[in-house]
Design a protein around this ligand. Structure first.
Ligand SMILES: N[C@H](CCC[C@H](N)C(=O)O)C(=O)O
Length: 270
């Protein structure tokens, strides 16, 4: 059987194991294996796992799995890292627009050196509930504003909200946001499917910026400070709680590569 190679990437500290699966070497239904690969002690360690696959709709297709091993909805940082990986494979050239298929539709992206700019799906509404805001930016997000962001127990407060009955069986990702000024927020995110705080969440950053514009107004390009670095979100308002032409810009870095062959033979128990 041919060797299964992987590349490790991160986008502002949100990290991923990525496999080129165009020749279908990887069993995409093996959720237990994905969970083992993402395990921080027994595996490579990552917030998420992605397969780059062939597509008849775009240059390639993206399949995203959270570290719980289950396939999930759109990942903004993951999408940016996948485009950087596609460039490593020679499928994308710097400065050229690339279109790829993901679970929430087609996405455009452009590589500009370390910075990858990813077009996100349109946002079709923001719901106010329980003193916060709920919206879908490719993944479901709840946004809550706090004054003391560093003092917020993201794990405790985030898991309480994530598993509350507000979001049904599917749950939601939970973002704690500090509004610094028009055009600048800081945020921390409890991620569904990782079931912990991640150092950055792309779709969560988009949700938090759009909610901040919805609430306070301001410019159409915002800076967002996350635990693992800085992201930029731009957008076009299209009505109350409606947004189009949403772009998530930020770094996507190659960290290391390896093979999963040994891992396939023995998976230490977890
Ligand atoms: N945990 C999310 C998907 C990954 C989102 C995040 N890593 C991003 O960058 O958008 C969910 O299952 O809804």
């Amino acid at each position: 059987m041919s060797s299964i190679r992987f590349s490790k990437y991160h986008g502002t500290g949100n990290d991923f194991v990525i496999v080129d699966n165009r020749n279908r070497v990887f069993d995409s239904d093996n959720n237990d294996f994905v969970m083992h690969i993402c395990h921080r002690r027994f595996g490579v360690g990552a917030d998420g796992f992605m397969l780059l696959e062939s597509s008849d709709k775009g240059a390639f297709a993206m399949r995203y799995y959270n570290s719980d091993g289950r396939e999930s909805t759109m990942c903004g940082n993951g999408g940016r890292c996948l485009v950087a990986f596609a460039r490593q494979l020679g499928l994308v050239k710097d400065g050229e627009l690339v279109e790829f298929e993901a679970i929430d539709g087609l996405h455009h992206a452009v590589c500009m050196g370390d910075i990858i700019s990813l077009k996100m799906v349109d946002v079709k509404g923001i719901e106010e509930l329980d003193g916060g805001f709920y919206l879908d930016t490719g993944s479901p997000h709840f946004v809550r504003y706090v004054d003391d962001l560093q003092g917020t127990d993201v794990y405790k407060e985030g898991s309480k909200l994530r598993y509350s009955n507000m979001f049904g069986d599917g749950g939601a990702n939970i973002n704690f946001v500090r509004y610094n000024k028009a055009g600048h927020i800081s945020l921390r995110t409890y991620e569904r499917g990782v079931e912990d705080e991640t150092w950055s969440c792309g779709t969560g950053t988009v949700a938090s910026v759009l909610t901040s514009y919805y609430r306070f107004g301001g410019p159409l390009i915002w800076d967002a400070d996350v635990k693992g670095g800085k992201l930029k979100v731009s957008f076009t308002p299209a009505g109350r709680g409606l947004f189009t032409d949403i772009r998530l810009d930020g770094p996507a870095k190659f960290v290391f590569e390896g093979t999963l062959d040994n891992f396939l033979k023995q998976q230490d128990g977890i």
